[in-house]
Design a protein around this ligand. Structure first.
Ligand code: PLP
Length: 395
């Protein structure tokens, strides 16, 4: 079967080209935790096609791997990195499914949707799980963790660093000390923090750290990566519960064949990621990027509170520079959908809330977002409050 096309229709299609080019400029800024706003140069880096087994492409992959290990620690010789196709969750699942032996048992510390997702994955993979649950607005209890870790049959512990559900920053340094003192393997989902919050994985004694292309490195979505202690990764040989997500096999192919992926790799995304890494370095590395995010977050948080909005996280909760959660204003006339649509028309896309039992929304600070963008957003929100809520939210 084929669709017949006359000359006019054909020429219409050909004429769409200039229109597409004009659309390359973003219509709005994404104030979301990823996919996020990327730079025009990162997007432009995707315009060429690459051959997956070509040496030029594979050396690009090796270069990316080297840069990632050096971003993660001052002791790069102890660590290695695997790139894994798919969104961030695929990378998390590849670690859970490949690192835990059949007689292993994992403790998962859960204070949000991403901790809960790890529990769901472990159960689905038939891994024995001990779950420590906290409210989404609560920091994990270190004494309780220490007590649970006395269980000798627990072999692995996993926790999210920045729980993107609220923006809370979990105390991975303190938890890591307990995990290591108890002799367990330490897995950290640093998806939304790696590259935007300074961390040294060797200092923190992390065995597996997971992140993805479209968060603080500011690439586009398409793959995740796993930084792992070399000996821990070698120990995964033969343990995988899945072929496509076999962490050891993926790593072994990349090592043996100088940056070759086992299966089709997201070539354009990888090329854009390389550009994003160069731009991170040009900005001054993770420390400088962290300062930018921090300023964004502080300006946002203060400005919103001046407009009468309330934070969901209490002062006792460590707030990350990544994303902030606000309660809906109390004004009866408030509708999130109308708020969202109005801000979008002004050029800002915000994020719905994810906290159970609370009416809230989130605003991200990561990506190609600068202080003047946050100021512009605050002005748009102030104007919305005036026109739609009769200033009802003004303190
Ligand atoms: C984004 C994110 C993930 C992965 O989500 P995907 O939608 O699969 O990319 C996992 N954990 C955290 C903490 C995240 O922020």
């Amino acid at each position: 079967m084929y669709i017949e096309m006359n000359a006019k229709e054909m020429s219409n299609i050909m004429n769409m080209q200039p229109q597409l080019d004009m659309d390359l400029e973003n219509k709005y800024l994404l104030l979301t935790p990823g996919p996020l706003s990327t730079s025009a140069t990162v997007r432009r880096a995707m315009q060429k096609d690459w051959c997956t087994w070509d040496q030029e492409y594979n050396s690009l992959v090796q270069d990316i791997r080297n840069r990632l290990v050096n971003l993660a620690t001052s002791e790069p010789e102890k660590y290695t990195v695997v790139l894994m196709q798919g969104s961030g969750s695929f990378a998390v699942e590849s670690v859970l499914g490949s690192a835990i032996p059949r007689d292993g048992k994992i403790l998962i510390i859960n204070n949000g949707a991403y901790g809960a997702r790890m529990v769901q994955m472990a159960r689905c993979l038939n891994i024995e799980v001990v779950e420590l649950n906290y409210l989404e607005t609560q920091s994990p209890d270190l004494q309780e963790i220490e007590r649970v870790l006395e269980d000798k049959t627990i072999s692995h512990v996993a926790c999210v660093h920045c729980e993107t559900t609220t923006g809370i920053l979990n105390p991975i340094q303190e938890i890591g000390c307990l995990v290591k003192a108890a002799g367990k393997i330490w897995i950290v989902d640093a998806m939304s923090s790696f590259g935007g919050v300074p961390i040294d994985i060797a200092e923190l004694e992390i065995d597996f750290l997971i992140s993805s292309a479209n968060k603080c490195i500011q690439g586009v979505p398409g793959f995740g990566f796993i930084l792992a202690k070399r000996d821990c990764l070698e120990a995964c040989k033969g343990l995988a519960r899945s072929v496509s997500l076999d962490l050891y096999d993926q790593w072994n192919t990349m090592e043996q064949y100088n940056g070759k992926w086992r299966f089709t790799s997201p070539t354009h995304v990888v090329r854009a990621f390389y550009q994003a890494l160069l731009e991170l370095e040009a900005e001054g590395g993770v420390a400088a990027r962290y300062q930018r995010y921090l300023q964004n977050q502080q300006t946002l948080s203060q400005g919103m509170q001046q407009l009468g909005f309330e934070l969901v996280l209490g002062e006792e909760c460590p707030q990350s520079a990544i994303i902030t959660t606000f309660l809906y204003p109390t004004a009866k006339s408030f509708s999130f959908q109308s708020f969202y649509e109005t801000l979008k028309k002004s050029g800002y896309v915000i994020y719905p809330g994810k906290v159970t039992d609370l009416n809230c929304f989130r605003i991200g600070n990561i990506g190609e977002v600068y202080i003047h963008d946050i100021e512009g957003l605050l002005a748009a929100i102030a104007s919305y409050c005036e026109s739609h809520l009769n200033q009802a939210v003004t303190a």
